[in-house]
Design a protein around this ligand. Structure first.
Ligand code: NAP
Ligand code: GLV
Length: 306
């Protein structure tokens, strides 16, 4: 068996080492142009040249949950694209989103600025019942986030492409469901994949349907959000602010209005990081399952886009 590794920026060396350790008989290498044909590839944002030079590949293991960058390439239809299936990401995403929701709900930014100026002051407790959190995308990460939010007794709504029935979560789906979901939501958490259907879905028309004083947490992809529309709705007073982990251009360019906006919190695409050991273990398990002729989880549907 021949395994190749092709990453956009990340150092492939520890991944080569980890996979070689798991498959001592295999040839495991970091890809270079002109390298021999591989059976399986572990990739993050590979160039088209890599795909074109490796027509014999059976499986492309993406070292992230989102496959939008991969599906922009011209891929042979027989090629199995496999996403990371949690591998330690969902707990990180639950931490990040609960932290952002609670920081906003409890007004911790306001307390920080008060205490920094030596001010001992109380804010009126807010009604939890009036802080329904809506999770857009109820997949591997969204469902875990929704369940984590329930622990803090926020009312939780969920939105997905296909109808769902999750205990204690008001689930909505489809175009009609989207309007009802937004109208029932104060804090919106985006955890949908980026596909032609979801690109720019967070825009003036949708965000203005959130309850007054609404708040956005975007942890999926920057291209879901029409950035100017968010600023218009915050500056106009309909939205209270946003926590953003992903951006149309990353790194977020110097001088971008998000950096300095007092109601926007920016983090550098770090809400759920790929954990190397967990990811290698998952990919190794899947290669072994494929060798036994078994089906594996996380195979991407090229048509659906996730
Ligand atoms: P997933 O398991 O594929 O779940 C996607 C969810 O979105 C599903 O519930 C799906 O509905 C729903 N969905 C897809 N298209 C939709 C549409 N047009 N309308 C409504 N709902 C739609 O994905 P995941 O593992 O939870 O990850 C979600 C995304 O998070 C990734 O694609 C990636 O972009 C992002 N992410 C970001 C970070 C970060 O660090 N910021 C880290 C990891 C992942 P169905 O259930 O009906 O199929
Ligand atoms: C990160 O953004 C991922 O898709 O895993």
């Amino acid at each position: 068996m021949n395994i190749t590794i092709c990453f956009d920026k990340l150092d492939p060396a520890p991944w080569v080492q980890g996979l070689q350790h798991a498959f001592p008989q295999a040839i495991v290498t970091a890809w270079v142009p002109g390298a021999p044909q591989a059976d399986h590839a572990i990739v993050w944002a590979p160039p088209q040249k890599f795909i074109d030079e490796q027509p014999g590949l059976q499986t492309l293991f993406n070292i992230g949950a989102g496959v939008d960058a991969l599906l922009q390439l011209k891929l042979p239809t027989h090629l199995k694209v496999v996403r990371l299936d949690d591998a330690g990401m969902s707990v990180q995403m639950a931490e990040y989103v609960c932290h952002a929701v609670i920081r906003h709900f409890r007004e911790f930014d306001g307390y920080d600025s008060d205490t920094q100026s030596g001010k001992w002051s109380y804010r009126k407790p807010r009604s939890r019942a009036a802080f329904a959190v809506g999770v857009m995308g109820l997949g591997v990460l969204g469902e875990r986030v929704a369940k984590a939010l329930q622990v803090f007794e926020f009312p939780v709504n969920g939105f997905s492409r296909s109808p769902k029935d999750l205990p204690g979560i008001r689930c909505f789906s489809g175009a009609q469901g989207l309007s009802e979901f937004l109208a029932a939501t104060r804090v919106l958490v985006n955890l949908m994949p980026l596909t032609p259907e979801t690109e720019n879905i967070l825009n003036h028309a949708t965000l203005s349907q959130l309850q007054k004083g609404g708040y956005l947490i975007n942890v999926a992809r920057g291209k879901h959000l029409v950035e100017e529309d968010l600023i218009t709705l915050i500056d106009g007073g309909h939205l209270a602010g946003a926590t953003l982990d992903v951006f149309r251009t990353e790194p977020l360019p110097a001088g971008h209005p998000f950096w300095q906006h007092p109601q926007i919190t920016v983090t550098p695409h770090t809400s759920a990081r790929t954990l190397r050991e967990e990811s290698i273990a998952q990919i190794v398990g899947k290669i072994q399952a494929l060798q036994r002729g078994e089906a594996i989880n996380g195979v991407v549907d090229h048509q659906r886009g996730y």
